[in-house]
Design a protein around this ligand. Sequence first.
Ligand code: UT7
Length: 339
Amino acid sequence: MTPLKMHGSHILSTGSAIPDICIDNDLLGTILDTSDSWISTRTGIKERNILGRDQSIIDLATIASKKALTKGLLQAEDLDLIIFATSTSNDLFGSASQLQHALGAKQAAAFDITAACSGFVISLIIAHQFIQTNVYNNILIVGADTLSQWVDWSDRTTCILFGDGAGAAILQKNQDNDILSFEINTDGSEAHQLCINHKRNFQQDTKHNNLINIPSNNYYQHLRMNGKEVYKFAVSKVPESIGKCLKQISMNSKDITWLLLHQANQRILETVANKLNIPVEKILSNIQFYGNTSAASIPIALDEAFDAGHICHKDIIAIAGFGAGLTWGSMIIKWHINE
Ligand code: UT7
């Protein structure tokens, strides 16, 4: 049997979108028992943006995707696949097909990935497999979440953390491979630490002696998180995971130009950097402006850092996502700018 020839992939372009309504810490202090001082010291967040009444997650995802297509000089018809990483889909069957339609990406297959704040990293890894095996050439990966719709706005321990947004990246087949290494993990035994549970109710079936269970008034509960446990998980597992990725390619943390972590808490970003002996100046962070945008946080930060001219050709970027599941995953990429 002829061995399978593996192809390389690189990130061609990125895009992002943030909704218009901005809620700063002072405003939260008028509706909750909290303060700018508590939120900024404990998390690094100063403000976050949330979806307006007449906007949907698909609107945000479409804007981010169109920006990535324009920057990559591609048309929507050039896309072979769309992977939509979201845990706040507006349809339980998935939203990727709505995004495909909104973009007019008629040739593209499309599906959703639900993996919370690790969703973008996992989707990028999946896309890479499709390119390596020569199935597809151009894949759009979108991370988008609107957790403002799912948090309890009277719970100061969670609602202050999250914001809405979307980020997109196009992964393209390339002669050189710039996805240098990756790894993903799950610990389902800790799923209860961060969840949005489904609540099942049943109608009384008096006619049939309660033999038939007829579901009635089912709904999802608000987001619940044990912040302390999730914090401990992140600062212990993420450095370990990045370390494994570096080891796979015989690199060490000195080789990293930028550290791009899921934007959950500035203290987590700095603790992970310290554990890996990476100077804090190498952390890409925009958490003060957007809070935790879940699956969107990594692609938004990547897009902004590239647009601001921070990321240059051949830079080595360590990326890690972590969150509900519990899931976590890392990858090391080499940034590639087409000449
Ligand atoms: O995207 C998924 C990944 N998510 C994460 O990575 C989140 C990880 N966890 C965290 O970032 C932190 O645990 C939090 C920011 C959520 C909380 O920070 P903390 O330093 O762990 O605070 P804490 O939960 O220990 O709370 C300390 C105190 C408590 O009061 P007492 O019991 O000491 O009197 C809380 O009730 O702060 C109180 N508190 C607040 N006070 C003012 C909790 N939230 C607030 C608030 N404003 N918003």
